[in-house]
Design a protein around this ligand. Structure first.
Ligand code: HAM
Length: 454
């Protein structure tokens, strides 16, 4: 597509930059650059999640982007889409099979086990934010490199944790003014799930249902039969509509756990939708599973919502032990940051500018610029919110920058002020300028700013 700009009244085509050998580089498919303008959204999201995790006692953890591929094959599961189709993996120089992390949970659990975190007071509540890689088909809201926020609570089996994690996710979206609906289900423990899967497989095999399934589901049947319930193909959705529901097969413990989670959610008034077809595509889940689906005022298309889930999670009581740790029940969720940003943009949610500054230092002439640079450093070190644009020569251009930044005062140094040992204070709102003794400028500006706060 051709792009144009207006240059001194003339329309000119923007030609792509070509390097000397004529090659132009572009980012890889499904990868995204985060440009400075977009960082306002990222700051807002990290501010919100930092606030929430602090309040609910989740501590930040970071794990490496590269891990042994087997970690994911064993935890996320070989038959899951994430591992079977989407994981970026390669053989490194030591002949080890390495993977770019396709999700956060297995690395966090590995870290919990490897660092003996079971010796800490339980539960251990962890918060993680990092890049994730999945070789999926790129489309709006679906990237090959994206960012997840992850909260994991390891070492607690009580249903209050499941409900509280859902509450944190709910608060996160509500406070960002994004309308969502929590989809929730229980997939039981390995024991009660066995009996249910048996029933489910019989259902799909009977009355010729099997022949009508999509090819993926035909392959999954018998290997990962639960996944048939959340297949997105029309013919499979139609067949699954009458499938037996897992809720009817939960053992006493799983049923009680689920009822408690729902009761806690009712108590704190978090709305949810009981979704008997929600199974999540990852092997490690047990009991509670949930997803966060966006609600669009003009869009009742459930398919779009579930394909672009804003978050998802659940309980994984067996994973820590499975990865070699002492048995430790756990629960957590992940949120896709890029999808959250898309929602904020789509809804035009007003953002506060977090680059609010009080003072702008402007200068005219080389001698003034030198003195202004020293003054700027002095004010900055004194903790004042001060900005500049020393590469500009014209005062008009500098004041335009000051205006854009919304500064309250500009301090102006020109040749005359240098000679007189003074400086001008310009009130940016009224435009009134006052001459002040240069030696007293810090005192004077601090007094004005303090007066304003009162
Ligand atoms: P997940 O549902 O695979 O769960 O991913 C969580 C979120 O990541 C999704 O709901 C979505 O917002 C975002 N996401 C997934 N794929 C993409 C993509 N290709 N492009 C952009 N965003 C995407 C997990 O990963 C689990 N580890 C969550 C969890 C934590 N369960 C327990 N603890």
């Amino acid at each position: 597509m051709q792009k144009f700009i207006r240059n001194k009244g003339k329309i000119e085509e923007i030609k792509p930059f070509k390097s000397k050998n004529g090659k132009v580089f572009a980012r890889l498919r499904g990868m995204k650059d985060v440009l400075p303008d977009e960082y306002r959204y990222w700051s807002l999201i990290s501010k919100k999640i930092n606030e929430l995790t602090k309040t609910y006692g989740y501590k930040r953890i970071d794990t490496p982007i590269l891990e042994n591929a087997e970690l994911y094959e064993r935890s996320t599961g070989k038959t899951s889409d994430i591992i079977a189709k989407e994981m970026f993996s390669f053989i490194d120089k030591n002949d080890d099979k390495i993977a770019l992390r396709p999700e956060g949970t297995p690395g966090i659990v590995r870290s919990y086990v490897e660092h003996g975190m079971f010796n800490l007071p339980q539960p251990v509540k962890l918060f993680w934010l990092g890049q994730v890689f999945r070789h999926d088909k790129p489309q709006a809201g679906r990237f090959r490199q994206f960012t997840q926020i992850d909260l994991e609570c390891i070492g607690e089996k009580g249903p209050v944790i499941d409900a509280q994690l859902i509450l944190i996710a709910y608060n996160f979206f509500k406070e960002l003014q994004i309308d969502i609906m929590i989809q929730i289900n229980s997939i039981g423990c390995s024991e009660c799930r066995k009996a249910y899967i048996n029933k489910l497989e019989n259902y799909y095999k009977e009355r010729g249902n099997r022949t009508k399934l999509c090819n993926d589901c035909k392959r999954r049947l018998g290997k990962n039969s639960l996944r048939l319930l959340d297949c997105k193909e029309d013919q499979c959705i139609a067949i699954s509509a009458d499938a037996p529901q897992i809720i009817d097969y939960l053992c006493e413990e799983c049923k009680n756990h689920f009822v408690k989670v729902l009761e806690y959610l009712d108590e704190v008034e978090v709305p949810y939708n009981l979704n008997s077809h929600l199974v999540r595509g990852l092997d490690y889940y047990s009991k509670t599973v949930f997803e966060i689906w966006p609600i669009d005022a003009d869009d009742s298309n459930v398919e779009v919502s579930r394909q672009l889930a804003l978050g998802g999670g659940g309980r994984y009581d067996g994973l820590v032990e499975y990865l070699g740790g002492r048995p430790a029940p756990a629960c957590g969720f992940g949120i896709g940051v890029e999808r959250v940003i898309l929602k904020i943009k789509e809804k035009n949610i007003p953002l506060k500018d977090d680059d609010q500054a009080d003072i702008f230092v402007a200068q005219l002439g080389d001698q003034a610029r030198r003195k202004a640079m020293i003054l700027f450093e002095e004010l900055r070190r004194a903790g004042l919110q001060v900005r500049q644009d020393f590469s500009k020569d014209s005062l008009k251009n500098q004041l335009e920058v000051a205006n854009k930044l919304g500064t309250k005062y500009s301090l102006i140094l020109g040749q005359k002020e240098i000679v007189d040992g003074t400086i001008l204070i310009r009130d940016m709102e009224s435009g009134i300028q006052e001459v002040v003794d240069f030696k007293k400028i810090r005192q004077e500006i601090t007094k004005r700013l303090n007066n304003e706060i009162k």
